[in-house]
Design a protein around this ligand. Structure first.
Ligand code: TMP
Length: 207
């Protein structure tokens, strides 16, 4: 039985997930919690190596199934080597993305069958699920504009175009609708502090 709490932050591009994860971590540490902030793809040595393959370079050279396999391989490495040990140690683990991203990107946007993706996830990590998932939702154009200001090499998914990202957005909203107990949609088109306040309120409910 794992002793910590697992929280994930999800959503399309440019919703400010990474800054929100950092701010949430600070608040929880101030309250005396032991926190691990992590991310996908990545969060462990092997998974970070797979991340480079997935987020750099041009878009479109793999189909959705190949990507789903790579994301799931990275996820297993992340879960086994970082998340499970931290939960065993009683930490609050907050991951910037997790398996809902596979359902939204490789499922809703690339069109890979959801049941197959669920099977693959189950093969990789069993029944393991977050206690709480915060979905940062905002219109695609606004998100892509914000993401473009970040710069850097990790532009592969951002380069997929607005139609792809609209499918991602709708994919996340469908996940939230199907599992409202676990998933809370947060309006990420507002300023950072307003988003942060809502996130903290949701997290305090599960602590
Ligand atoms: P990031 O930009 O939020 O760090 O995430 C990297 C990209 O990886 C992002 O564009 C979404 C994509 N991704 C998937 O397509 N499937 C997945 O399962 C995960 C975890 C991320």
């Amino acid at each position: 039985m794992k002793k910590g709490i697992f929280i994930t932050v999800e959503g399309g591009e440019g919703g400010g997930k990474s800054s929100q994860v950092r701010k949430l971590g600070e608040v929880l540490e101030q309250k005396g919690h032991n926190v691990l902030l992590t991310r996908e793809p990545g969060g462990a040595t092997g998974a970070e190596a797979i991340r480079k393959l997935l987020v750099e370079g041009p878009g479109g050279h793999w189909d959705g199934i190949t990507e789903a396999l790579l994301h799931t391989a990275a996820r297993r490495d992340h879960v086994v080597n970082a998340i499970w040990p931290a939960l065993e140690a009683g930490k609050i683990v907050i991951s910037d993305r997790f398996f809902d991203s596979t359902i939204a990107y490789q499922g809703a946007a690339y069109g890979v069958d959801k049941a197959k993706l669920e099977m693959l996830t189950h093969f990789g990590i069993g029944d393991f699920k977050p206690t709480l998932t915060l979905i940062l939702d905002l219109p695609v154009e606004a998100g892509l504009e914000r993401a473009a200001t970040r710069g850097g090499k990790e532009t592969r998914y951002e380069s997929m175009g607005a139609d792809f990202h609209e499918k991602v957005r709708q994919g996340f909203l469908a996940i939230a609708k199907a599992d409202p107990k676990r998933c809370k949609v947060i309006d990420a088109s507002r300023d950072i502090e307003a988003i942060h306040k809502d996130i903290v309120a949701e997290v305090l409910k599960v602590l």
